[in-house]
Design a protein around this ligand. Structure first.
Ligand SMILES: C[S@@+](CC[C@H](N)C(=O)[O-])C[C@H]1O[C@@H](n2cnc3c(N)ncnc32)[C@H](O)[C@@H]1O
Length: 290
């Protein structure tokens, strides 16, 4: 059997992503950021407006989106919020809609879902010549799946109203991910659906484009202890997520597998705490001005 990309099997990908969320502080660290930093970031985007337009690019199942919207409601009580979501996965949209249906206090928010990729949205809006402007746009953990990142950032940046902001969250350039991709990326079955990008690459792109931004560090980790128990099902699934490979344990060459398992225990990638191995999942939140 040869190694193939995790993204070639959408169900397997979603299953491993769910397990990753359970085993990591990925969403907790975002919630902390939303709690502590977002109020300041959005403090002027809605000034004097009767409607706030929010665009979520790759909103997934909406967990984080709803937290962001709650903060907007608190800051701008009674103001109507239009929340549009660009999301190519039908399953994710179904989950998002279910979440909205069972959440209370969303009365003044109007949701619209677009089942498409960011590029499809770009082509569609350009063709319609109706370039809707937005008060807040966010791209959370999704730029890995975009082919032309500089063009995508520039396109969405042009859709910001004066005073609006664009938020990007990605793994940090100093995370275990960035190091792992640098070392093992060339030996893993990356397809052109996924790119190994970190916040360091995004900052280069923003500097090049002359865009103004601030960056915030979001410390986070992922418990990978199970990966070191041969035959552990969760461990195997987490390893699939880490390597972006379908059934890595069964399909990887033995030398690669051994090298990765040895490396993952090293301090460059993980911290050992109370007998657990915690992989460095640090994220960066980059806030770009209009
Ligand atoms: C890792 S998930 C993150 C979801 C959510 N933002 C979060 O942080 O929990 C990435 C999401 O981006 C979506 N996605 C993948 N390619 C995309 C593209 N080209 N344009 C927009 N969204 C995309 C996926 O379907 C998935 O829901």
């Amino acid at each position: 059997m040869t190694m193939r990309s995790l993204l070639s099997d959408h169900r397997h990908y979603v299953e491993s992503f769910r397990l990753f969320l359970e085993n990591s502080t990925e969403h907790q660290c975002m919630l902390e950021f939303i709690q502590k930093k977002l109020p300041g970031i959005i403090s002027s985007i809605g000034n004097g407006k009767s409607t706030i337009n929010v665009l979520s690019v790759g909103g997934g199942a909406g967990e984080i989106d709803l937290q962001i919207l709650t903060k907007l409601q608190v800051k701008y009580p009674g103001v109507l919020i239009h929340n549009d979501v660009i999301e190519p996965s039908a399953e994710q949209i179904i989950d998002y809609k279910e979440r909205v249906a069972k959440t209370s206090n969303l009365e003044n928010i109007k949701f619209t879902w677009h089942k498409e990729t960011s590029l499809e949205y770009e082509s569609r809006t350009k063709a319609s010549k109706e370039m809707k402007k937005w008060s807040f746009i966010h791209m959370i953990q999704m730029l890995y799946y975009v082919k032309d990142i500089p063009a995508t950032i520039k396109f969405f940046h042009r859709l910001l109203e004066p005073g609006a902001k664009l938020l990007i969250i990605l793994v940090s350039g100093s995370s275990g991910w960035a190091r792992f991709w640098k070392k093992f990326g060339p030996r893993l079955p990356l397809n052109d659906l996924c790119l190994y990008v970190s916040s360091a690459n995004i900052k280069e792109i923003l500097d090049e484009a002359g865009l103004k931004y601030q960056s915030h560090d979001l410390p986070s980790d992922m418990d990978i202890t199970d990966c070191f128990t041969e035959g552990n099902k969760n461990g195997e699934l987490l390893l699939d997520f880490l390597t972006e490979t379908c059934h890595f344990s069964k399909t990887a060459p033995l030398d690669l597998k051994n090298e990765i398992l040895e490396d993952l225990k090293k301090p460059e990638y993980s911290e050992k705490r109370s007998g657990k191995y915690l992989f460095n999942n640090n994220l960066s939140a980059i806030v770009i001005e209009a």
